[in-house]
Ligand binder design. Structure first.
Ligand code: DCP
Ligand code: MG
Ligand code: MG
Length: 586
């Protein structure tokens, strides 16, 4: 079974910036560093700095609660994501700059995976085995003087398992010996990058080093913040004294909901199976000891294996290999690639959620706001910075990519139950309609507002009417306007067809009409919703099996309106929020 064989030939480093939004605000205003700082979105502390954590605050706490615990807390509103997005992009570019392969993948705003296998292989071949303690790590194949000195006899920074005196002697098989050497190099490279990130950009990160995205992400959490952890061999059970590999030993202690790739629903089903009862509603806090199911409990449960997992998890909508894949994840198997960096997003989408829009005039107002943000985002993300500065009047279009499809999606509020409550369903009931992107969206002669106004009158209103032909369209809880189907502009050659917008639009005509879709469940959007969240091992994802499928452009989190307090709560925090209201006042 291929899904069960772990590929340990790679070295992957995972970065997770420390208290990211708080760090961005601290960089702006360094006096905040010594104060307890919380970042507010709606009624929630989305993150807080470590000074605040020392005083008992935590992520995704209610503002009210945070103020009770720490009345001196400094609270800053963090609802405009622009600066977080900008810093995220810039730090990503910085880290990506170290890689040779360009295999640098962003997850959410504050995580980056780097596949540094080629750098490690190259440097392994340079090692002088007679003097390992004085090795040199070369960062540039073209220039052997660029790099840093390091001691190749030992790991840099903490390891899992912990050991004060770990050397290559700790391992038995040749495979594990080789792996140890590679990971030693990886640990030094990670340390070097962390130092540069801190010294040159002022950001600290928590870093994991292993052979897959799954293991590097999880192992980083062992030492937080501003530290790193390497998951050390033996990775295969045969090599260890008690016949359990360090991978199993490490994974075994995790609650199954914390394994990226095992979605919220799957975790619930597995818990119910192991506990022989319905697992309780999951709050976004640590779950009760009695409700926890550890990987070990599943792995060692009688007759457990891929077929049993398929029994538990299979069914309509589930992937056919879900049993094999989940069994693999429980053994730390994740052979998914670190994706290569893309300079251009695949789509840009802007959305907002509402208390229940009912009147067309309100909808139109919102469409104008959303379309304006969309045009602004297109102008920042799809126009080449350098080009923008150097452009002359007659330079023509300066766009690095042209989206071909304009999409409008809406979501209705779930209907009221007999008792007046609403079901907080996580199923995606968006409907959407798409059409060709009109040429004037790329016009830079007018303000974003003016272009947006034209777009609303010309396209969005009629798209909306087709989506909701009835005047009384119910109550909308969300509107999303997006441009998709991105075509990169070819090269800098002005003659190339890629730069010829007119030609491109002629070609597009036929394609675009074929792309028009109405009133159907939009699978692309479905994924978009999943990726709108910032998946985190500690959060779990709401849509099954999409843990790694985050795209960086769909980064406006989907929110849902809380009927009790009227706040817009990110989907990932919604369960916790609903639970908060359900809890008795103390
Ligand atoms: N975020 C959010 N809502 C969530 C999770 C995260 O808005 N449910 C935002 C705020 C965080 C950023 O994303 O600053 C990164 O998320 P992390 O979970 O990595 O949290 P931090 O980086 O803030 O803290 P840590 O130091 O624990 O990584
Ligand atoms: Mg994170
Ligand atoms: Mg973080």
């Amino acid at each position: 079974m291929a899904a069960l064989r772990r590929n340990d030939s790679r070295v992957i480093i995972h970065f997770d910036y420390d208290c990211f939004y708080a760090s961005v605000l601290e960089a702006e205003n360094p006096t905040l560093k010594s104060l307890p700082l919380a970042v507010q979105q709606k009624q929630i502390v989305v993150t807080c700095n470590y000074e605040a954590r020392r005083r008992g605050l935590r992520k995704l706490q209610l503002i009210k609660e945070a103020k009770q615990i720490c009345p001196e807390v400094v609270i800053i509103l963090g609802e405009d994501l622009t600066k977080f997005r900008d810093v995220s992009k810039s730090l990503y570019g910085f880290l990506k700059g170290f890689t040779w392969s360009q295999k640098a993948e962003r997850l959410g705003f504050d995580e980056v995976f780097l596949d540094v296998t080629d750098m490690i292989d190259y440097n392994l071949s340079l090692l002088n085995h007679h003097d390992l303690a004085n090795s040199f790590f070369c960062l540039d194949r073209q220039d052997p003087t660029v790099g840093f000195q390091f001691d190749a006899t030992s790991y840099c920074g903490p390891t899992y398992p912990q050991s004060t005196e770990i050397s290559l002697l700790g391992t038995v098989t040749t495979d594990d010996h080789n792996l140890a050497q590679r990971l030693i190099l990886g640990s030094h490279l990670a340390y070097y990058m962390r130092s540069r990130l801190e010294n040159e950009r002022g950001y600290t990160a928590t870093v994991g080093i292993s052979t897959s995205k799954l293991l590097s992400k999880l192992v980083g959490n062992v030492h937080k913040p501003n530290n790193q952890t390497t998951l050390i061999p033996p990775y295969s059970p045969k090599a260890s004294v008690d016949e359990i590999s360090n991978v199993d030993r490490f994974i075994d202690d995790h609650e199954i909901g914390k394994i990226p790739g095992i979605g919220f629903k799957s975790a619930q089903k597995i818990r119910s199976y192991i506990l022989h009862r319905e697992a309780t509603f999951e709050p976004y806090t640590e779950r009760d000891e009695k409700d926890q199911v550890k990987v070990r409990d599943v792995r060692l449960s009688q007759s457990m294996g891929p077929p049993k997992l398929l029994d538990i998890l299979g069914g309509p909508g589930a992937a056919r290999d879900i049993g094999v894949r989940t069994w693999g994840l429980l053994h730390g198997v994740d052979n998914s690639e670190v994706l290569e960096a893309r300079s251009v997003p695949t789509q840009i989408s802007i959305e907002d959620s509402y208390q229940g829009l009912q009147h067309f005039e309100d909808v139109k107002k919102q469409l104008q706001l959303l379309a304006t943000s969309l045009i602004k985002r297109m102008r920042t993300d799809l126009i080449d910075e350098e080009d923008r500065d150097n452009a002359r009047e007659d330079d023509g279009p300066r766009w690095i990519a042209h989206p071909r499809t304009l999409r409008l999606s809406t979501r209705r509020r779930s209907p009221k139950n007999a008792d007046g409550s609403r079901d907080y369903s996580f199923t995606n009931n968006r409907i959407s309609r798409s059409g060709p992107v009109p040429k004037y969206m790329f016009s830079l002669a007018e303000s974003a507002e003016a272009v947006a106004e034209k777009l609303v009158d010309d396209c969005l209103v009629s798209m909306f009417r087709k989506l909701h032909p009835d005047k009384a369209f119910g109550e909308l809880s969300l509107i999303n306007v997006a441009v998709t189907n991105m075509v990169e502009t070819a090269g800098d050659d002005k003659q190339s067809s890629g730069r010829d917008i007119g030609k491109m639009f002629k070609q597009q005509g036929s394609l675009a009409s074929a792309a028009v879709e109405t009133n159907q469940r939009d699978d692309e959007m479905h994924q978009g919703t999943a990726s709108g969240n910032l998946p985190d091992a500690a959060v779990g994802t709401q849509v099954e099996d999409t843990a790694w499928e985050e795209s960086d452009e769909e980064d406006v989190p989907s929110t849902q309106l809380c009927d009790v307090c009227g706040s817009h709560i990110p989907l990932f925090a919604f369960r916790a929020h609903a639970l908060y209201h359900a809890a008795p006042d103390v």
